[in-house]
Design a protein around this ligand. Structure first.
Ligand code: SF4
Length: 368
């Protein structure tokens, strides 16, 4: 994927590795894709495929989290790996320049023409919460139990306009508009209530309102409907689509559920073992997947529509045989080769190239 011009967000050769006593955990391994303005792109795949790590890298949180876990593990090897990373950074060198693979983030994350991997923590933090916002999965720890819903939504403005902000009726109306956009009922009365008075599904919509109120260019939603019943899921997904249509913002949706991606995204990237297996138009990819992993994943996790079609054809659900390789010890060649029914000798020897086989349709496979 060359040229950043047409993209709001463009990820190029992104790597995000954790350190561990046993070796580097390659959570994201050479991933590239782009999101244009107004587009909704989904990342789909098994858990541990690297989807959330891509989001954390964009948000500038991957390395912070990874260093934190490494420091709590109290291992010499971890400390050594991170000290090499710090040395490389001071000398503006990459893993390749140092001749050794290092933990942390490498590659490029272009956002509006700025490479986020080069920003310092302060500049990154100013962007997150204003131009790029995040809807996390699970709400139990995300809202402050002691602040009213209105205060929490207003806090987003507080972070943005710290100096000139006064809580006034105009801002309160803006909060109400946003809560209305995510279809929370009776908010003129309920906005002063604490989170304890709201259901989990309503909490999740408050978080979505907080992500939308600064009118960001990009909203990242990481499994925003996990553990919610179907009716509430539907409301949240409708709110995300409505917001995207009315406000024209782009969305990066992370999920392991093809139905959610189909309902909300016009493009999708399918990930496995930290790599992008296939990327393209959602409708085409869901109906005619060409990558053996995408085909196997969709046969084992079909969307409602696929399930209906499979039943009509008398087909059964099929799980993917075997287990994904360890991210510490990824075999040479294609990481799917031990589980792929189409694998040949080259698949275990050479890593496939991620190449465009049709306009905006990218595949990582020797046989396609
Ligand atoms: S490269 Fe080979 S092993 Fe990998 S998905 Fe394609 S056919 Fe299967």
């Amino acid at each position: 994927m060359s040229g950043t011009g047409e993209y709001l967000l463009k990820i190029e050769n992104l790597r995000a590795f954790h350190s561990s006593k046993e070796g580097l955990i390659r959570a994201v391994n050479d991933v590239s894709f782009g999101i244009r303005s107004g587009e909704s792109v989904g990342l789909l795949g098994e858990s541990g495929a690297g989807k959330s790590s891509v989001a954390l890298a964009i948000l500038g949180l991957f390395e912070r989290q990874s260093r934190y876990y490494a420091s709590s593990a109290k291992s010499k090897e971890n400390r050594h790996q991170w000290s090499l990373r710090d040395k490389a950074r001071k000398e503006a060198k990459t893993s390749e320049d140092m001749g050794v693979e290092l933990p942390g983030v490498e590659g490029h994350i272009w956002f509006n023409g700025v490479d986020l991997t080069t920003l310092n923590e302060k500049d990154h933090r100013e962007l997150i919460g204003t131009k790029i916002t995040y809807v996390p999965q699970g709400t139990s720890k995300a809202l402050n139990p002691l602040l009213s819903i209105e205060q929490q939504v207003l806090e987003v403005f507080w972070a943005k306009f710290r100096d000139e902000m006064r809580v006034n009726e105009k801002l309160s109306m803006r909060v109400l508009e946003e809560l209305d956009l995510v279809e929370l009922g009776d908010m003129a009365i309920r906005r002063d209530m604490l989170p304890v008075n709201f259901s989990t599904g309503e909490d999740q919509r408050v978080l979505l309102a907080m992500a939308l109120i600064s009118k960001p260019d990009l909203v990242i939603a990481d499994e925003p409907t996990t553990a919610l019943d179907t009716a509430v899921q539907h409301k949240i997904l409708t709110a995300i689509k409505r917001a995207s249509k009315e406000l024209g913002q782009s969305t990066l949706m992370i999920s392991n559920d093809p139905s959610i991606i189909t309902a909300t995204c016009n493009k999708v990237g399918v990930m496995s073992s930290g790599m992008m297996m296939e990327f393209g138009n959602t409708e085409r990819l869901m109906n005619e997947p060409v990558h053996p992993f995408t085909q196997a994943f969709l046969m084992s996790n079909p969307s409602f529509e696929m399930l209906r079609q499979m039943r009509q054809r008398g087909e059964r659900l099929r799980t993917i045989p075997g287990r994904p390789p360890s991210l510490i010890d990824i075999p040479p060649g294609c990481p799917f080769n031990s589980r792929c029914s189409k694998a040949t000798t080259i698949c275990s020897e050479e890593r496939p190239e991620f190449r465009e086989i049709d306009t905006d349709h990218w595949v990582f496979c020797h046989m396609v």
